[in-house]
Ligand binder design. Structure first.
Ligand code: GLN
Length: 186
């Protein structure tokens, strides 16, 4: 069977691991290039995008993740992971993997909305609740990037081929539909 890796440098990686196991998938934490070689797909979790980015560079995982994606590996980024997959961060010079044709706004919902739950209608998946925690949103997409969900006119879920990005945290709720959706890409 296929194994889904979860980048386990910082953030909510254990929650993704548990959600994948509940879906019946094989999951393993990834911290090194060797561990990355042994997985068939990758989740970049929520957390602190600056910290994850720094650690990815320290362990030389960034260039390897880009190369694996070029070879067809599916990647899903949640929250900080959505930021790291983006081509650019609006107004900030912070390194990203630059794999998706998206521009994201960090902490885009403001301080007053630090954490909130919203009803979402997701293309191809249906309705469900989304948990947002100091979430980014996508300001614009181009090329092959496809918008799957919006909240208050802000783009919160994008798909581009084998890449998926959500501003919210399905791994912190009981809803496994997005994990199931990602597993179909592998
Ligand atoms: N605000 C965080 C960042 O910019 C993301 C928050 C999250 O992943 N829950 O990295």
């Amino acid at each position: 069977g296929k194994t889904v890796g979860i980048l386990a440098l910082q953030g909510a990686f254990r929650e993704h691991e548990r959600a994948l196991q509940k879906c019946g998938a094989k999951a393993r934490q990834v911290r090194t290039r060797d561990e990355l070689e042994q997985v068939d797909a990758l989740i970049i979790p929520g957390g602190e995008s600056t910290a994850i980015s720094r650690l990815m560079q320290t362990f030389q995982l960034d260039e390897e993740i880009i190369e694996r994606n070029r070879q067809g590996m599916a990647i899903w980024g949640t929250c900080a992971g959505m930021i790291l997959l983006a081509h650019e961060i609006v107004g900030i010079k912070q390194p990203t993997l630059g794999l998706m044709n998206t521009a994201v706004v960090r902490n885009g919902f403001g301080r007053q909305a630090d954490s909130f739950e919203a009803d979402l209608d997701i293309e191809g998946i249906g309705s469900g609740k989304g948990l947002f925690i100091r979430a980014p949103y996508v300001q614009k997409v181009w090329g092959q990037a496809n918008i799957l969900a919006c909240f208050e006119e802000k783009i919160v879920m994008v798909e581009e081929g084998k890449l998926l990005a959500t501003a919210f945290h399905p791994e912190l709720t009981a809803n496994l539909s997005i994990h199931d959706y990602f597993l179909q890409k592998i």
